[in-house]
Design a protein around this ligand. Sequence first.
Ligand code: FES
Length: 118
Amino acid sequence: MGGFAFHNSRKVENVAMSEWVRLCSRAELPSEGQAKEFSVLGKTLCVATLRGKPHALDNVCPHRGGPLAEGTVEHGKIVCPWHQWEFDLVTGVSTHSRDAKAATYALQQNGDDVLVEL
Ligand code: FES
């Protein structure tokens, strides 16, 4: 009796998978110097526009959980409304503590849509 064996030769690596998902339309982005909250795939993000470019961070402040999108944009940083810690919009690093870093997310434009890499 003939046999048939199936071998899956694909190597499975233990890496975090990420995907690009639609965040919003370009028209929905915050205006220059403003921040706005967005929810996508169970995450809440703070998106702020600086020099015409949108930046995305986790909306939960790493200090004590304040809502970063309700803060203000000052000197290239988002300022948390609760205790005024500042987080760089590009790196997410706080100026108050090097250990406090907000997660940042890449954005890209696809036609009229803005995509975020989660
Ligand atoms: S919760 Fe954001 S600075 Fe304290």
